[in-house]
Design a protein around this ligand. Structure first.
Ligand code: TYD
Length: 203
């Protein structure tokens, strides 16, 4: 994007129902907050099934990508590939995801700052708990697996959703927040994080 100011980048994060139930709201916020990112919107709600479905329908290429990615993982692990196309497989996952997301209160927030999307994804960790490295939120607090989820016909419990791209972030933010719910303010620490020189420190 021409003239895109990376410091203004925004990303949507959802602490999913399992994260709320496991009392991890504070821990999750702490981890993003400590990076220097700025919290510009926050709310708690119980999403309707319809809202959850809209959330997982934002990206038209999602089903193919998710199906392909999962089949590749299964192949690499020597697991049996389901007898359906990657898109059909993704549709079954979408159904379980909307049930999961609407099963209880969630905390939805917008984080803003330099490369917010990538930074939040890094701290969140890989999608499946078995692959997410220690030090990431999913790596430290989850033990679920695709195969356990598939056996029980449910989504993988991985605590967080975070936007995967600028396009996804823009659409997700519009879905979950009204413009007036997103705050425009300066965080004092931004002077230290972004200013070209640090000549304001000494008396
Ligand atoms: P995806 O958008 O690929 O991951 P991320 O949340 O890291 O951006 O996948 C969406 C969700 O789908 C993710 O939370 C995990 C879930 N999922 C399952 O529950 N079961 C599955 O078999 C797969 C492939 C994904």
């Amino acid at each position: 994007m021409i003239n895109y100011d990376a410091k203004q980048e925004k990303t949507l994060v959802i602490v999913k129902p399992d994260g709320v139930q496991r009392s991890l709201i504070g821990e999750v916020i702490k981890r993003y907050e400590q990076t220097g990112l700025k919290l510009v919107a926050l709310k708690m709600l119980i999403p309707s099934l319809d809202l959850a479905l809209q959330h997982y329908s934002i990206d038209p290429g999602w089903a193919k990508r998710l199906g392909d990615k999962t089949f590749e993982t299964m192949k690499a692990r020597g697991e049996k590939i389901p007898n359906m196309t990657p898109e059909e497989y993704a549709e079954t996952i979408r159904t379980t995801l909307k049930t999961y997301l609407s099963s209880g209160p969630v905390v939805v927030m917008i984080w803003q700052g330099m490369n917010a999307i990538g930074i939040v994804r890094k701290i969140t960790g890989a999608t499946e708990p078995l692959s997410s490295t220690p030090g990431t939120i999913r790596g430290d607090y989850t033990i679920d697996s695709y195969s356990a989820g598939n056996t029980d016909n449910r989504a993988v419990r991985n605590i967080i959703h975070s936007s995967g791209s600028q396009d996804e972030a823009e659409k997700e933010i519009k879905l979950w927040f009204k413009p007036e719910e997103i705050l425009n303010y300066r965080l004092v620490a931004e002077a230290i994080i972004y200013d070209a020189n640090l000549d304001g420190i000494l008396e």
